[in-house]
Design a protein around this ligand. Sequence first.
Ligand code: URA
Length: 211
Amino acid sequence: MGKVHVIDHPLIQHKLAILRNKETGPKEFRELLDEVSLLMAYEVTRNTPLEEIEVETPLEKTVCRVIAGKKVAVVPILRAGLGMVGGILSLIPTAKVGHIGVYRDPATLTPVEYYCKLPADIHERDVIVVDPMLATGNSMVAAINFIKERGGRAENIKVMSLIAAPEGIRNMETHHPEVEIFVAAIDDRLDEHGYIRPGLGDAGDRLFGTR
Ligand code: URA
């Protein structure tokens, strides 16, 4: 699992425990997912290239390092991925946001794109694809296929999820082995309904109060 990073920072683990708790309601769930996404984005962007610029302090000139202007796109997979966008944007306010909607064809069980709107210059951007739950990994594999078909370059794509199942990670390693994956936890397994166990339930329902 060379490309998988489990971010076990105490703040993230603490907030994840509250997110998992079934007593946590949608308002608190949204706020916590926002905070965890911000904290995770800090790690996901750790290798962002820097460049030197000259800055004049009140006392003298000095050389400082600033982000080298590489552009970022955040791409949530609908709908639960929406809950991770705000936290990233508060750290990277200039990022563009693309959206991908994928459903599973009941007859063929293959993922079908029903919505895809990406920044036109996606091929020039570092892309962070977000979905809180990396379960079977089928939606994530399909989403990255769509991004690659539109010119996105594999080495510039990163995945950020809250919880992954081992099955989802294996699926990604098979289809997109060059893509780095950042998660807060790798859980035990998928159940027969496709839920991650122990997980946190349906992330979309918990975010939007639809259950
Ligand atoms: N999607 C969810 O929201 N939860 C899971 O456990 C699996 C997929």
